[in-house]
Design a protein around this ligand. Structure first.
Ligand SMILES: [Mn+2]
Length: 258
């Protein structure tokens, strides 16, 4: 009996406009060549959201991921990305400007005027189509370590469609509620009452044996200043892959161990 050849599955946490750190990380990992062409072969890569804000080049990050997505597809691999709250905040500021207070909120949360100047239709369409959740290799992927997703549906497709519908429409109240809910974090940590129970209930509802998320820098959950590996916690039910690049972390990739 030979094992089926499973392509590597790789997760990359929040980038927050740190294009140079992203490039350095993927060069180190051999996932791109010196000329930045994708070199990941059949690898399946998931970016966990929050491409924008705090760092200077969110558009540069999005353009690279869009480009690598095409190149990876040609090479027989795949690159996917989740919707983070900073994508929603950016889209809200772009769509509504000062109405609803979105533009000011975006600026307060590290919004970069250069990104707003450089945004184009193709970026907006790509951002609006990002899923909020996914189930891959029995892992439940969500940007935020939070359970508000339950308010949007009982299944992954239902949640993704309900959130996508908000992003297609002009219901400012719905955008505001969604952004407010995304301020939730650390819901699954064992130090929180019922953190482990919440994680297992969330997994029972949507499937998967482990939650993989970004959103909360590992620096918030441990004393590491530059985490170089994912933080596995709550009896292995949860994995935080956010290396806190905007807090000074150099970032890492999380390779799935079966
Ligand atoms: Mn986030």
């Amino acid at each position: 009996m030979t094992e089926p050849n499973t392509p590597p599955l790789i997760f990359i946490g929040d980038i927050h406009g740190q294009r140079d750190k992203l490039v350095a990380l993927l060069l180190r990992e051999g996932l791109i060549r010196d000329d930045l062409v994708w070199n990941g072969g059949e690898a399946q890569v998931w970016f966990m959201g929050d491409f924008f804000d705090r760092g200077e080049d969110g558009i540069g990050v999005v353009e690279l991921i869009m480009r690598w997505q095409r190149e990876a597809g040609t090479a027989g691999g795949s690159i996917n990305a989740l919707l983070g709250n900073h994508e929603i905040l950016f889209l809200a500021a772009q769509r509504f400007h000062d109405e609803g207070g979105f533009f000011a909120a975006w600026r307060r949360n590290g919004g970069q005027l250069r990104d707003m100047e450089l945004i184009r239709k193709q970026h907006l369409a790509w951002l609006r189509n990002l899923p909020a959740m996914a189930l891959v290799a029995n892992r439940l992927l969500i940007h935020a370590d939070a359970i508000f997703y339950r308010d949007y549906g009982a299944t992954i497709p239902a949640v993704n469609e309900a959130i996508a519908a908000i992003l297609r429409n002009d219901d400012i109240g719905a955008w505001t509620r969604l952004l407010d809910q995304f301020s939730e974090r650390m819901t699954f940590t064992p130090s929180r009452a019922e953190g482990i129970i919440r994680a297992s209930e969330f997994l029972r509802r949507y499937g998967g044996r482990q939650i993989i998320h970004g959103h909360t820098p590992i620096q918030y959950l441990s004393d590491q200043l530059d985490p170089q590996a994912a933080l596995v916690y709550s009896i292995n039910l949860c994995v935080d892959v956010d290396g806190g690049m905007y807090l000074g972390g150099s970032g890492f990739v999380h390779r799935l161990s079966p």
